[in-house]
Design a protein around this ligand. Structure first.
Ligand code: F6R
Length: 369
């Protein structure tokens, strides 16, 4: 069942190139238009939506945080992302023109289900992004876009996350297509970039041995910090969550720009800090700022673990450990940048003797509020 792997998690990490490719399959026609037939919410309603609200928990919430960047950038519709467990209790402002997107691997998460029920009671349309056919969340939604990750057995989510990202990018492009802010040639270009990602994830997977060795060397650490900016910020949060769940270590993700507003006080001699570096192309201002952050924390003794694009030489002098990822368009970087963090957490958990597929106190689907 584990196809030769020691753990389901390792198998599922390895399946990511295929999962990503499968989630794209059949969703673009010969003319370069997205054909999301499952999205049974009328074009008129999608055109009139005045905001998008994403609700989800845990790893799916991190996918939602990344989706916000893509949705706002490609469609110019305001987008909010909220933890499903907080959503209905603050009396959120919703109406018929709000498009709510509920992201859930299992489709059974009670917090997310209650959030979507609340949204529908307010007259909003709900689109589910889900990996489990016929589960409760898609059944209770107005429409569903399935991710095609295949069954995810390990409690810690890996391949489902990457496919949730792909689905979110597709929804963002589709909204752009319907509303006329994204045209077929642009959509085709992004789809082409997305189609490349599968091979790029494969390449990342082939270069993970140094990351595993590094993880083993950190097995007796107490804390690891993760920093990122822009779409790298949710990636940092996801890296920290994986480490908490699997290695039972204290881990926190920060927006790198927040460092000086408090977290830098935590930095001490030999503290491992993982930094997800934005592409030096694209928003190069952010790249330069994060290079300064790396210098600042290193000057205070941190052990810097730097995840940076191939060809990004500016970071090299300040990286105690340098993990290379392929160059991708800025918004798509999380699809490759998350993979080393998954491998890192999995290997640390193994080194600490933890049960990788079944971390203590956790369940694969959380069906209580
Ligand atoms: C993290 C993890 C959880 C789930 C969360 C939502 O590795 O597995 O944080 O992401 O419980 O679950 P779904 O996506 O099934 O709603």
């Amino acid at each position: 069942e584990k196809a030769g792997y020691d753990y389901f998690m390792l198998k599922e990490i390895a399946e990511q190139p295929k999962a990503v490719a499968d989630t794209l399959l059949g969703r673009i026609d010969a003319a370069g238009s997205l054909t999301l037939d499952e999205v049974r919410i009328g074009a008129a309603e999608l055109r009139e939506a005045d905001k998008v609200v994403i609700v989800a928990c845990g790893t799916a919430f991190h996918a939602g945080l990344i989706a916000k960047y893509a949705i706002e950038h490609w469609t110019r519709i305001p987008c909010e992302v909220e933890l499903a467990s907080e959503f209905r209790y603050r009396d959120p402002i919703l109406g018929p023109r709000s498009l709510v997107i509920a992201i859930s691997q299992s489709g059974e998460t009670m917090d997310t289900l209650m959030a979507l029920r609340h949204a529908r009671e307010q007259g909003s349309k709900v689109l589910a992004i889900c990996n489990t056919n016929g589960s409760t969340i898609p059944r209770e939604s107005d429409a569903v876009l399935y991710t095609h990750a295949g069954p995810e057995v390990a409690v810690a989510s890996t391949k489902a996350f990457l496919t949730q990202l792909v689905a979110c990018y597709l929804v963002a492009l589709y909204l752009g297509q319907v509303r006329g802010t994204k045209w077929a040639d642009e959509i085709r270009a992004v789809i082409r970039d997305l189609a490349q990602i599968s091979g790029q994830v494969e390449r990342v997977l082939e270069t993970m041995e140094p990351v595993r060795a590094l993880a083993r060397s950190l097995a007796d650490k107490k804390t690891v910090l993760f920093l990122g900016r822009h779409v790298g910020y949710p990636v940092a949060l996801e890296g920290a969550l994986k480490l908490k769940e699997l290695a039972y270590m204290h881990a926190e993700g920060f927006a790198a720009g927040e460092l000086k507003h408090g977290p830098i006080a935590l930095v001490e001699e030999d503290l491992p800090v993982v930094v997800v570096v934005p592409s030096p192309r694209g928003r190069s201002v952010l790249h330069d700022k994060i290079v300064s952050n790396i210098q600042e924390i290193r000057a205070r003794g941190a052990r810097t673990i730097v995840i940076a694009e191939e060809g990004d030489e500016a970071v090299a002098p300040y990286a105690d450990h340098l993990v290379r990822i392929p160059a991708t368009p800025v918004l798509l970087q999380p699809l490759v940048a998350t993979v080393p963090l998954q491998v890192f957490a999995c290997e640390l958990a193994t080194a600490r003797g933890n049960e990788v597929d079944q971390p203590r106190n956790l369940a694969k689907s959380v069906t209580v509020e």
